[in-house]
Design a binder for this molecule. Structure first.
Ligand code: PGA
Length: 239
């Protein structure tokens, strides 16, 4: 994995954008996108740029089950607000959290990814090493699936809701098998709360207990950190 340490999340977002822009100019057409606080500075860079996204396809990692697209906490809403309203894409896929048939929706999402192989996948990481909603213990070899969220994740997400009871208890999420098929991956992490997960992802064993550790087996991963998220990482991994 290539590790880039920047001073703060603004610079980290700008650095990630440089890579996205280069890949798009070199022909990348399908972007795997993520939500959460981490990618916000990257999306700000997209919006501030003159990059035209109208020929691009986006495929998002996940969506809560039970939230309508116009719910401000849904990932549909997040993407509209932070990116698509200002930079419309040719087509944007996000799992349908309101589906009546979650299994069929997961299967159809796998098919979408198969038909539109992801050129560049963006990821954040959870404090427990999760990627998307792939929590510790999730098998590495699965595709899009429904995830029951852990107490830790529900707690971490509750900051976006009025109270913890309103946080959805499950999500539809791309699996590690989908993510690993992306041609190129960028994982971003900012803040000291991510430092342990980053160390385990890069220095630790590849184990389903740390879902992000599977990325050690991908041939083209760039990790963009700020100094706080990089603080536990051995210097030899920083380049
Ligand atoms: P965050 O979440 O970007 O809001 O920190 C990332 C994640 O939990 O995957």
């Amino acid at each position: 994995m290539k590790v880039i340490v920047t001073e703060n999340k603004i610079q980290g977002g700008a650095r990630a954008f440089e890579i996205f822009e280069k890949e798009i100019r070199n022909g990348a057409k399908v972007l795997g996108l993520a939500t959460g606080s981490t990618p916000e500075t990257l999306y700000q860079s997209f919006v501030a740029s003159d990059l035209n996204c109208e020929n691009l396809i986006s495929i998002n990692l996940d969506e809560y089950v039970g939230l309508k697209p116009d719910n401000p906490q849904s990932y549909h809403y997040f993407m509209q607000k932070h990116l698509f309203d200002k930079k419309p894409f040719k087509k944007s896929y996000i799992p349908d959290g309101m589906t009546k048939d979650v299994a069929a929706t997961c299967k159809a999402y796998d098919q979408i990814i198969k038909e539109h192989p992801i050129d560049l996948q963006l990821l954040g990481i959870g404090r427990n090493g999760h990627i998307a909603f792939n929590e510790p213990g999730t098998p590495f070899d699965i595709g899009t699936h429904e995830v029951k969220l852990t107490e830790n994740t529900i707690k971490a997400n509750s900051r976006f809701f009025d109270n913890e009871d309103e946080v959805p208890k499950s999500a539809i999420c791309m699996g590690s098998a989908n993510i690993m098929q992306a041609k190129k991956i960028i994982l971003m992490a900012f803040g000291e709360k991510k430092a342990k997960a980053i160390k385990e992802m890069i220095e630790g064993p590849v184990t389903e207990d740390v879902p992000a550790s599977i990325l050690q087996k991908h041939p083209d991963v760039t990790v963009i950190l700020d100094t706080a998220a990089a603080q536990e990482l051995d210097d030899k991994y920083k380049n």
